[in-house]
Design a protein around this ligand. Structure first.
Ligand code: ASP
Length: 433
């Protein structure tokens, strides 16, 4: 039976883990309703042991993120023969990331104004400490690290990216010694990628435990109460994933978006269960390379950058939440304030780290700019976990879409691989075993 399960594709295995976790979570919640005495079993033994497996799984993913970004970006940069290429790669990636995020937030504001999720909702005082968001000038000043080892230890992605680019450029300009260092990093890169495929072994079980705990611990009562807000965010996320990305891919890349959406499914499931773009990055990179045919330089630059600065799903939540809170407090936002929201949510999404719940913290940046009380965020806390899972899946789909478009325009996309439904499928099955 286990052998049969293992022969399934990676997405099927993860999906099975997700679905069975969901069902199991519902079953134990149901049993607890009928027999409240069982709560001590779930809360005392089951959920804590599942939490251990969940932490093992997410730590294993996070363990490879910093080395993967560092090493693959060094390889990507030193293999660029022309340094000008780096400028064009960076320029296109950043421009597209900003465009997709601005579209996401605009879409969110439009949908929220049609649905009016905050009308008739009563304010509640749920404590939330609004002072946690870093200041923008701090984010900019910290782009360059004073100690790369500290950045690696703390997983400071933007600092690692900038250090890796400079280091890669130095290697490419160092002649013979540079070639030796480059070959070391290329070999190291292969080894790290192998490590990623090994870690995927435990993914279905990790996902099962996460889903069980999330379903058991979720406040479904809160979802009912804030149904309009929840539904508006979920609907806009779906709209963005199913319309904006396909339009961008067709328009700018002349590629079939269905292929991208199908091939990226395992990464979406990873993102959904871990609620972390950063933890999903190893999977996003593997799939982009081995299934979509995105070239090495582009995937190693554009994807880590995207996992750090491109958060369309997060911007959508922030847009809907702003309208929701304004309506709840009876505040009419002016056109200038809407434009401020678009700008601030785009900047906030750049500053949002790819880990669970940070989007909600960064929402304070947006709210304070339009004079709305950040304490109101407390009301959204209870239902944010599930929305976080959904928006993270959108965030990484955006990263893959932009990376594919940039790769095509930079001429390093393997289009035969992209169009071949079977390409890289072995990575999803036999390679994982
Ligand atoms: N969890 C999101 C991510 O990792 C960030 C957020 O919206 O909180 O992409």
């Amino acid at each position: 039976m286990i052998a049969k399960f293992r022969s399934l594709s990676l997405s099927a295995q993860i999906f099975a883990g997700l679905l069975s976790g969901l069902i199991f979570g519902l079953i134990i919640t149901g049993i607890e309703k009928v027999a409240p005495g069982t709560a001590s079993i779930w809360q005392g033994y089951l959920i804590p042991s599942f939490d251990v497996i969940k932490t093992l799984f997410i730590n294993a993913l996070k363990m490879v993120v910093a080395p993967l970004v560092l090493v693959s970006l060094i390889c990507g940069t030193c293999s660029l023969s022309d340094p000008k290429k780096l400028g064009s790669l960076g320029g296109k990636s950043i421009a597209l990331y900003l465009m997709t995020t601005a579209t996401a937030i605009t879409l969110a504001l439009v949908v929220a104004n049609i649905v009016d999720p905050g009308l008739g909702i009563e304010k509640q005082d749920i404590p939330f400490d609004p002072k946690q968001a870093p200041e923008l000038k701090e984010v900019i000043a910290n782009l360059v690290t004073d100690n790369p080892f500290k950045s690696l230890a703390q997983g400071q992605m933007l600092q690692i990216i900038i250090f890796a680019i400079l280091f890669g450029l130095a290697i490419s300009r160092s002649g013979e010694p540079g070639k030796k260092v480059a070959s070391f990093f290329q070999n190291l890169n292969e080894v790290i990628l192998k490590l990623v495929t090994i870690i995927m072994h435990i993914a279905p079980y990790g996902v099962f435990c996460i889903m069980t705990a999330v379903i058991y611990e979720s406040g479904f009562e809160d979802i009912k109460k804030l149904g309009a807000y929840f539904g508006t965010v979920a609907f806009t996320l779906l709209l963005h994933g199913a319309i904006t990305y396909p339009v961008f891919l067709t328009l700018f890349g002349r590629l079939n978006p269905l292929i991208l959406l199908t091939k990226m499914r395992p990464a979406m499931l990873f993102a959904f269960s871990t609620a972390s773009s950063a933890a999903t990055l190893p999977v996003t990179m593997e799939l982009a390379r081995k299934r979509l045919g995105v070239g090495k330089s582009t995937s190693s630059f554009t994807l880590p950058l995207g996992a750090t600065i491109n958060m369309d799903g997060t911007a959508i939540m922030q847009g809907v939440a702003t309208v929701f809170i304004a309506q709840m407090y009876g505040v009419d936002l002016s056109i200038t304030q809407y434009l401020t929201v678009i700008l601030m949510a785009t900047l906030a999404s750049i500053g949002t780290a790819g880990v669970p719940s940070v989007g909600l913290v960064m929402l304070t940046l947006v709210l304070t700019q339009v004079n709305l009380p950040s304490e109101a965020i407390g009301m959204l806390l209870g239902i944010d976990r599930i929305l976080d899972m959904m928006r993270t899946a959108v965030n990484i789909t955006g990263d893959a879409t932009v990376a594919t478009i940039v790769s095509k325009s930079e001429g390093d996309l393997n289009e035969d691989m992209f169009n071949d439904p079977a390409a890289g499928r072995d990575f999803e099955t036999s390679d994982v075993k």
